[in-house]
Design a protein around this ligand. Structure first.
Ligand code: ZN
Length: 280
């Protein structure tokens, strides 16, 4: 599942192709992703200019002319792939799950492919974004200034749920996913099972820069994967990560001198990976 760094990588990958371009053509190959696509979706986008592309949590926001925003979420399996315009008229060049095809006025094709169709595309007015149901309850960006130790401490001080669960709560901090929460708690030496209200101010102060650094490192790794990717026939947003605990159940803890193995537990129906010795 694409997490914040992957979405950021996708954003950085499509900006050079889409930002400032007009949509020469949009091909819509189904009516519905996770939710129905807006009525006349492709026709409404044709000829529109993409003025700016930003990210909010794990959503890509395409600011269009006429004060509208195309909101896009990659869901569980969504990805953007790139193809040459010459492929446009050859249906066998497209895959079954290529749902939306954007062709720019420079005739680059940017394709939204989503095998599991948990992704989403919808339109909203730029002045309605803050009140939009997807965004109105969303907490601050983990890489933004509003997310700091004091803020986090105030958000968790009265919460009795495990800290892992609280950090995944999008109302507390937006866009932080399972992988990076596991990694951050390991690096902070905090047990994912600890009640949030038992986290001290200094631990909250310590966690915030760790979360930022882990995300920034992953974004950097995504950026270096972008350098290698070919301009066309490329797939954006997925790259090799090295994780210290995530997906490493049964392997030795990476902390020197720790004889324990990484354990996997289930919290709120999600896998948590942690070292029971290094995290308390
Ligand atoms: Zn350990």
């Amino acid at each position: 599942m694409p997490e914040l760094p992957e979405v950021e990588t996708v954003k950085r990958g499509i900006i050079p192709l889409l930002e400032g371009r007009r949509l020469f053509q949009v091909i819509q190959r189904r009516d519905k992703l996770r939710i129905p696509l807006p009525e006349n979706f492709a026709a409404r986008l044709r000829g529109r200019k993409v003025e700016q592309i930003t990210r909010r949590a794990k959503y890509l926001l395409f600011y269009l002319d006429q004060g509208e925003i195309l909101i896009c979420h990659l869901g569980m399996s969504g990805k953007m792939t790139l193809k040459a315009a010459a492929d446009r008229d050859q249906p066998d060049k497209f895959e079954k799950h290529d749902h939306i095809i954007f062709e720019t006025d420079r005739h680059d094709l940017i394709i939204f492919n989503d095998a599991r169709r948990f992704g989403l595309m919808t339109l909203c007015g730029q002045d309605e974004l803050d009140q939009h149901p997807l965004f109105c309850k969303m907490g601050p960006e983990p890489l933004g200034n509003e997310f700091n130790g004091q803020y986090l401490y105030e958000k968790i001080i009265n919460r009795r749920s495990p800290i892992k669960t609280i950090l995944l709560d999008q109302r507390v901090v937006a866009g932080l996913g399972n992988i990076y929460v596991c990694e951050a708690l390991f690096q902070a030496g905090i047990s994912p099972e600890r009640k949030a209200c038992q986290i001290s101010q200094s631990e909250a102060d310590k966690m915030v820069p760790i979360i930022r650094l882990i995300l920034e490192d992953a974004i950097k790794a995504g950026g270096s994967s972008l350098k290698d990717y070919a301009r066309v026939d490329g797939e954006l947003g997925y790259f090799q990560h090295s994780f210290k605990v995530y997906g490493r159940a049964g392997e030795n803890c990476v902390n020197s001198g720790c004889p324990h193995k990484i354990e996997r537990i289930i919290q709120s129906n999600r896998s948590t990976f942690h070292c029971p010795a290094c995290q308390d």
